[in-house]
Write a new protein. Structure first.
Length: 309
């Protein structure tokens, strides 16, 4: 397998599509929010990018559950392995896992499996009222394999702590949650200078807001019957745009708060990817400032060297 990582707005999808086109491959999404139908603009699906030189590249793990669902790693891993097995059965040598949710990618590469954890009301109650920073600090105390990348709401952080607490108690009791075999993979990671990354994020956000697509999407989701608190749970675009539509943020406040949150999110993504190296993975970096064809050539060179090992 080939795993292609990178922060938001780094051009992961465009490179993955070109690589899949060259190799006759298919793409599996490692994005915790692109699984939701109807959440397109805010999650940056850019489905039009999956067509390249007249060929539409098959993709998986996108639009697989309705918006409003509380999807999790437990369900995603099962869906991943079903899709991955089907791709391999079609004779495809190098499926491409592409996304920015580091926990999802790492869990697949390690063969790690999180259980389907029931809510813990007592723990939830004990965590109520804590700041998001305090919740992230609490989550970090459980060890490295607990994602805080896209936790920008207390509800999501509390849920992550519930899972981490359950796993810790199960480990102390001698339980083993490894269900899947690790997957051998070439790991590529697109990098951008900090200022370039920030400029791309700001420009993309401004475009989505100025064109009305992002606010319109969130309004349609609310009109379809999805509760505002459920959209706030998803964080980032859905959190802040919902607060704007509820009258809690002005348009200028929406832009400023969301821009800051996405910059912080991208920084946490890169922190996670660098952490993967400390945890024993080898990442091969691709300069996101290079033209797409040069990025593709570099990826193919990495693949050739990897296959020769």
């Amino acid at each position: 397998m080939i795993t292609l990582l990178g922060p938001t707005a780094s051009g992961k999808t465009a490179l993955a599509v070109r690589l899949a086109h060259r190799l006759g491959s298919e793409i599996l999404s490692a994005d915790s929010r692109q699984v939701y139908r109807g959440m397109d603009v805010g999650t940056g699906k850019d489905l039009s990018e999956y067509t390249y030189e007249g060929t539409t590249i098959p993709y998986h793990l996108i639009d697989i559950v309705p918006a409003g669902t509380k999807y999790n790693l437990f369900a995603w891993q099962h869906a991943f392995h079903e899709a991955y097995a089907a791709i391999r059965e079609r004779g495809i040598q190098h499926p491409i896992l592409c996304g920015g949710t580091g926990l999802y990618a790492e869990a697949v590469l390690r063969g790690y499996h999180l259980p389907d954890v029931a809510p813990n009301p007592a723990l939830q109650e004990s965590l109520q009222g804590l700041s998001l920073a305090s919740l992230r600090e609490r989550l970090a105390s459980y060890g490295p394999l607990h994602n805080d990348t896209d936790l920008d709401s207390p509800q999501r952080a509390i849920r992550a702590i519930e899972i981490a607490d359950y796993i810790q108690r199960e480990r102390l009791a001698g339980a083993d949650h490894t269900e899947y075999e690790p997957i051998e993979s070439l790991i590529l990671c697109i990098t951008l200078p900090r200022e370039e990354r920030r400029a791309r994020i700001t420009a993309r956000l401004r475009q989505r807001l100025d064109e009305g697509d992002l606010i319109g999407e969130v309004q349609r989701l609310i009109d379809s019957g999805i509760a505002p608190e459920d959209l706030i749970y998803y964080g980032l675009e859905y959190k802040f745009v919902t607060q704007h539509l509820l009258g809690e943020l002005t348009r200028d406040e929406l832009f400023t708060a969301l821009e800051t949150a996405i910059h912080q999110f991208a920084k946490r993504q890169m922190t996670w990817f660098r952490g993967m190296e400390r945890r024993g993975f080898t990442l091969h970096y691709i300069d996101g400032l290079l033209p797409r064809e040069e990025q593709l050539s570099q990826a193919l060179e990495y693949l050739e060297a990897w296959e020769q090992k």
